[in-house]
Design a protein around this ligand. Sequence first.
Ligand code: C5P
Length: 408
Amino acid sequence: MRITLGVTGGVAAYKAAELVRLLQQDAFIVQVVMTRGAREFITPLTFAALSGQKVITDLFEKSSSGEANLESAIEHIAVAQRTDLLLVAPATADILAKFARGVADDFLTTLYLATTAPVVVAPAMNVNMWNHAATQENIQVLRARGVKIVNPDEGYLACGMTGAGRLAGQQEIVAAVRETLYAQKDLCGQTVLVTAGPTCEDLDPVRYLTNRSSGKMGYAVAEAAARRGARVFLISGPVSLETPAGVERINIRTAEEMQRAVAQKFPGSSIAIFAAAVADYRPTEMQPEKLKRNKEPLTIRLEPTPDILAEAARTKGDRLIVGFAAETQNVAENARKKLASKNADLLVANDVTAEGAGFDHDTNIVTLFSRDGRDLALPKLSKSEVAQRILDEVVRLRALRNVQHSPV
Ligand code: C5P
């Protein structure tokens, strides 16, 4: 698992070096991010040597010509977004205030807003700064938002005063990290099958029919499920996305290949989430040679592909099945019909014509239609946030089923 360790500018910054070692002993991969203040106390080189990874210091690294490098910013955010947890130790009063207010003026503050991973902060500062109403209010805001706070210890402080403000013990910080990571493991013991991306249906050796699916939604679901402790099989059409950490990916091109892969993995799964945009039709015949261009109109005969979800759902047994529906009109009505006709337990419906929803966006606007009659209309959210909400609903439906099935 990957941890991003944010180090901010306090005397306790040197203690973060030992923390890197402890986290590594727990088999975590540690990516260090340092604020400008932290670099006044300790050099990035120390952390680079300990973590074996380049330390991220700036949002925009300067290129050799002195220009801000946008690519490095994008790459940094991508690296950091792959993190399973963001830990900030030591956390200054300044960083707590910025997190609380949503200021994003450097890499660490931007990351805090960009990541959907859980956050743990271990404050360290002068006792009066810690006790100040402003700091305490910020702590309350962060705590209410789900940030885990590892309270500072009492003791002798670098400023010469005695009181609360000393960075908590490293073992205590690592324990908080472990606790936070494992608290979210509500899919432990589950095997989740996810289909994602488009399929390509060949016409001849160089041409094929496909659609605009980017695979982002399915990949976000696979990533979130793995983070929540599930074993995840991701059956993916051709997309340009990296395999999320801890996910087993099976690449396919055609609907037929996807059907075969699903048939293989479905029996061993307890939850199946069909996010792929499977081509509904394929050419009746694949031409062995490239079709020649000529002046006559060309008619291509298409045949329907198998409905992979519906077929799997016929033998679903105890498995929980989630389908997706991309609609352009009458979303609710079509979604409810589809939920029933496909024998699914949850249907994620989106109006692909809405602004900020559907193909190739990083955000989505969906409504979740459940078998138990609940409709949950979500606002515009990032696809990773939507993925979490889908899994929350899956967990709720499983719990409900267990209650109904348990003997009275
Ligand atoms: O019927 P429609 O294509 O709208 O259904 C969408 C849902 O069915 C999605 O969950 C999609 O992944 C799944 N599907 C499938 N196989 C198909 C067509 C759709 O699994 N051939």
